[in-house]
Design a protein around this ligand. Structure first.
Ligand code: ZN
Length: 621
């Protein structure tokens, strides 16, 4: 069991949420993603620029070393010259600023007097200009949790980046539809000590965001988790999707850092070191049976003195120290590496291993690592492995890591340094007026939890139904329909919460069922023209055939029959079953009711059928 307190565990959370505004942050393009074929493409090459302090950001530098070309997919309507960085940004989308002010207020934050934008250098290609525009909206808020208050450090309004679509041989393709969608970034202080607390804070921030005008669905909210332990380093885990997985992720990262510290201790005890030389193995392996190596243009090795046995050591469930080294190598475009602790294997024989050991001068406790690919890639990759191995002698490196679905993580890039911000000169600053803030405070949205409790109380709904209604974001719709219709609250609510979900699963586009259409259907129910059971079929038909609810009920033969019609059908059933009635008397009731309901289901109220049938049977005797 890990003693988090003793290890000095500290965590912070960074949440990115897309806003659901009509336009993008700096142009009038709409904020929806498209799957259409791109209408044109732009090719770019990005290089890091120096910040005002004259430093090149180390993450930016890493990216530039990879020598990539970037292809941007663009559209005539969904994107414009602003996304292509061929035209300056238009004035800021004020709706987006207002939504971010509402969120800041709900997080008890201090809002800035003047909103101004900065450029944050990003050269992984996800921004055509080589930077992302971001502006500070508010600072120093807080959230109450079971484990005490958590400070919310900053809230920024920024533009989302382009979508990475794919990559092949030195070319990365991005789609411009996502670039410029307004995004709110919320950063907590790195002060949380308990994994369950991080989960609670993430949940609360999510609830607050959902009460405002934000986008819903996969990819619209992204959470990053900062984790450090006292002797370790700050690591940022990108893209944590599942809140329930957060505590496990924290645990795995702490285990990783604890093991890296153990490895450091052992390496220091052994007086381990990293040899700077790259050894060309072309001659040693020129007759190898290993397919990977014989296919490659070049194969080199490096020597790690005193590392033997540690490269194969597991540092995270299912992931070894070798995986860390290989993570750095892969960033240089190679597909992986081979190391002493796993050889002989992969077609590399024991004789070859011995020959390599001899060639690089590796003794008993030493390890080698070899990589096969194009020469330049191999050399860059091995230098990265050397760099990572040297770090292992000293510390746990600060890294940005990608969170994986199994609650582990893999290396993405070094943690960005603070030197990547510079001033945006294309957009004037905006004063945030006292009036605007007061207006926002006076009209704050109801939070989901409050909303749930209120509708349970006000409409006498069950907890489960109210929760589902809030979760599916149909409370407003429910209240509007309920105000116009005499149908009972539970029927309306369960139609909105459950029936629509069923319909969506069946392939209906339920967004087309607006309040007016739903109200028409409920009116038919209220007027006794249809039964409650018929609603699902009717709404399905409305979705799929484009009928009105009444047309749907008629075409499906689901209109309720008049009492006279029901009576006629019952008489018909009785007369064709006289023999059975004579034999069984009132005992025939069950069978007759079954026959009647089979013919009348969805077209007559069961209670009425039962009553009429009973009366008629009694009259026979
Ligand atoms: Zn645009």
């Amino acid at each position: 069991m890990l003693d988090y307190e003793k290890l000095g565990l500290k965590m912070g959370l960074e949440v990115h949420q897309q806003l659901n505004t009509d336009e993008k942050l700096f142009c009038p393009c709409d904020c929806n993603l498209t799957d259409k074929q791109p209408e044109y493409k732009i090719l770019r090459n990005l290089r890091p620029t120096q910040s005002e302090l004259g430093k090149i950001d180390r993450a930016a530098f890493e990216e530039a070393r990879r020598k990539l070309n970037f292809i941007y997919e663009a559209y005539v309507h969904e994107t414009c010259l602003v996304e292509a960085d061929d035209e300056p940004p238009h004035p800021l989308n004020m709706e987006a600023l207002e939504v971010s002010l509402i969120i800041a207020t709900l997080l008890n934050m201090h809002v800035v007097d003047e909103f101004h934008l900065m450029r944050k250098q990003v050269i992984d290609g996800s921004n055509t200009g080589g930077f992302q525009r971001t502006g500070l909206v508010a600072t120093e808020g807080f959230l109450e949790t079971e484990y005490g208050n958590v400070q919310i450090d900053v809230l920024c309004l920024e533009e989302d980046a382009a979508r990475r679509i794919g990559h092949e041989k030195g070319k990365v393709t991005f789609r411009l539809d996502r670039l410029g969608i307004p995004l709110v970034e919320i950063t907590t202080a790195p002060s949380m000590n308990h994994p369950e607390q991080v989960k609670e804070v993430a949940y609360h921030i999510g609830q607050i965001l959902r009460s405002t005008k934000v986008k819903r669905g996969i990819g619209t909210i992204r959470q990053d988790l900062n984790i450090s332990i006292r002797e370790g380093a700050r690591v940022e885990l990108k893209g944590v999707q599942d809140l329930d997985l957060m505590p496990k992720m924290v645990e795995n990262e702490v285990i990783r850092q604890v093991n890296l510290l153990k490895i450091r201790e052992e390496l220091n005890n052994r007086n381990a070191s990293v040899d700077d030389e790259l050894y060309d193995l072309a001659e040693i392996l020129n007759e190898t049976k290993s397919k990977i190596i014989s296919k490659a243009r070049s194969v080199f090795a490096i020597k790690l003195k005193g590392f033997k046995g540690l490269i194969g050591m597991e540092i995270q469930p299912g992931r070894r120290f070798g995986t860390e080294l290989s993570g750095y190598a892969k960033k240089m475009g190679v597909s992986g590496l081979f190391h002493t602790d796993e050889l002989p294997a992969y077609g590399i024989t024991e004789e070859e291993v011995n020959a390599i050991n001899e060639f690089v001068g590796a003794g008993d406790g030493d390890a080698f690592i070899l990589i096969a690919d194009e020469e330049e890639k191999v050399q860059n990759a091995l230098q990265e492995v050397q760099r990572r191995a040297k770090i292992a002698l000293q510390m746990v490196p600060e890294e940005t890591r990608k969170s994986l679905p199994d609650a582990n993580s893999e290396y993405l890039r070094p943690l960005p340094t603070a030197s990547r911000m510079y001033v945006e000169t294309d957009i004037p600053l905006i004063s945030v007026s006292k009036n605007l803030l007061e207006d926002i405070k006076a009209n704050l949205p109801e939070l989901p939890e409050e909303k749930k409790l209120r509708i349970i109380e006000q409409y006498n709904l069950s907890e489960d139904l109210a929760k589902q209604l809030v979760r599916t974001d149909r409370v407003d719709s429910f209240e509007e329909i309920k105000a116009e219709s005499g149908v009972d609250s539970t029927t309306i609510a369960s139609t909105l919460a459950y029936t629509l979900k069923e319909l969506r699963r069946d392939g209906c586009i339920v967004d087309e069922l607006n309040n007016n259409i739903l109200l028409d259907a409920f009116n038919l129910l209220e007027e006794g023209k249809i039964s409650k059971d018929a609603i699902t079929q009717i709404l399905t038909n409305v979705c799929k055939e484009g009928n009105s609810p009444e047309e749907a009920a008629e075409s499906l033969n689901l209109m309720m029959l008049s009492e006279t019609d029901v009576e006629n059908i019952i008489e018909e059933i009785i007369s064709s079953n006289r023999k059975m009635i004579d034999e069984r008397g009132t005992g025939a009731m069950g069978s007759l009711m079954g026959m009647a309901m089979k013919r009348l289901k969805g077209k007559a109220d069961g209670k009425l059928v039962n009553k009429l049938l009973r009366d008629k049977l009694q009259n026979i005797k």
